[in-house]
Ligand binder design. Structure first.
Ligand code: PLP
Length: 381
């Protein structure tokens, strides 16, 4: 690939040269655990054992690094495995991290219930408020500022450039979870972040058929250190999972354009619906992060959340009444999903500073015919 190849070209070709042996235009699934050595230590292409490296995984990693404009990418068995390996690499017992006041429930659980037990403390900060972040950074030494933008499930927007500046001035690293945007809509490393994490389970995979995670970094030394931890702890994806993710990535740009268009129309409809009290979508000019989103994102994504009149009971009922929006966790697939965060994806933040409203419904707007999606939501409401 040349340095001026566009995103769509990289998504289809980066790391995916036709197979030199057979000419296969798609990287083969190297479904193998070990590799023949030509004499002790005589590795062909550097491969010895698939926990350490596997050619299908390498293809995925090269593609991800190109899409995020990073130096290196590492693929993992899940988004949380990527987060865990990164944090174990860059933090030590006694360190302090800043985490968002709105984030995926599983990420909060990792910080609050797992890593806290190993001596990693945290403060919860609204990452969309740079002043509040700077105040926390001035209050004590901080190792990592962890941001999600847009956030899950309230679609808050953080200013990545501003956060990177604030974190670096305080000697901290900025990590951005880019799952909701995908590299097609937003490239945090280009905006100054030190590391990007993904649940590739979502838009990158794009078809609700594989669990995976990734980490992309600018600094080759950091990549090597995380790779050491990954190889030591083993949270790697299998070759077929890597292949499915790579296959999904080929259509990422086309899918995202459609997700964004459909989500904008759904958000506009909900904003005018009498049974809806508040809509969270950064594409709406009324959203507090709209301007920042416009500056750092290509478009506003496929996720929409909203609150309903009548509270918890009505929210739960709406989630059970849709025909096309399937009731289920996860997001980012071609099919539309609906869920009730308080008891599903965000059950683990109940009683914490990240607790989500009881009248909240979250949508992952798919790429179906948008008129059908709007009809479905109207009848459910
Ligand atoms: N980050 C975000 C924003 C998510 O929504 C999720 C999962 O829903 C994760 C990370 C964790 O990813 P995984 O489920 O692949 O471990």
């Amino acid at each position: 690939m040349t340095s001026h190849d566009g995103f769509e070209t990289l998504a289809i070709h980066a790391g995916q040269e036709p197979d030199p042996l057979t000419g296969a235009v798609v990287p083969p699934i190297y479904q193998v655990s070990t590799f023949k050595q030509d004499g002790v230590g005589g590795l062909r292409g550097g491969y010895e054992y698939s926990r350490s490296a596997n050619p299908t995984r390498t293809a995925l990693e090269q593609c991800l690094a190109a899409l995020e404009e990073g130096t290196a990418a590492l693929a993992f068995a899940s988004g949380l495995a990527a987060e865990d390996a990164l944090l174990r690499t860059i933090c030590s017992p006694g360190d302090h991290v800043l985490i968002p006041d709105d984030a995926y429930g599983g990420t909060y659980r990792l910080f609050a219930r797992v890593l806290a037990g190993w001596g990693l403390s945290h403060s919860v900060v609204p990452m969309s408020d740079l002043g509040a972040v700077r105040e926390q950074l001035a209050a004590r030494p901080v190792t990592v500022v962890w941001a999600e933008t847009p956030t899950n499930p309230l679609l808050n927007i953080a200013d990545i450039r501003g956060l990177a500046r604030a974190a670096h001035e305080a000697g901290a690293l900025l990590v951005v979870d880019n799952t909701f945007a995908s590299p097609y809509l937003q490239q945090p490393l280009v905006l100054g972040a030190d590391a990007v994490v993904h649940s590739t389970t979502k838009y990158l995979g794009g078809h609700s058929d594989v669990i995976g995670g990734a980490l992309v970094v600018a600094d080759a030394d950091l990549a090597e250190r995380v790779d050491y931890v990954r190889n030591s702890t083993g949270g790697v994806p299998g070759p077929f999972d890597a292949w499915l993710t790579l296959r999904g990535i080929k259509t990422l740009a086309a899918r995202m354009d459609r997700h964004c268009r459909n989500a904008m129309r759904v958000a506009q409809m909900l904003a005018e619906h009498p049974a809806v009290t508040e809509v969270f979508y950064p594409g709406l000019p009324s959203h507090p992060g709209h301007k920042t989103a416009q500056e750092q994102m290509r478009a506003f994504g496929g996720m929409v959340s909203f609150r309903v009149l009548g509270g918890e009971e009505v929210a739960v009922r709406v989630c059970g009444r849709t025909r096309l929006f399937t009731l289920g966790e996860s997001l980012g697939g071609v099919e539309s999903l609906i869920e009730y965060p308080a008891r599903m994806t965000h059950a683990s933040v109940a009683g914490s500073p990240l607790e989500v409203p009881a009248d909240l419904v979250r949508l992952s707007v798919g790429i179906e015919d948008c008129d059908d999606l709007i009809d479905d939501l109207r009848q459910a409401l």
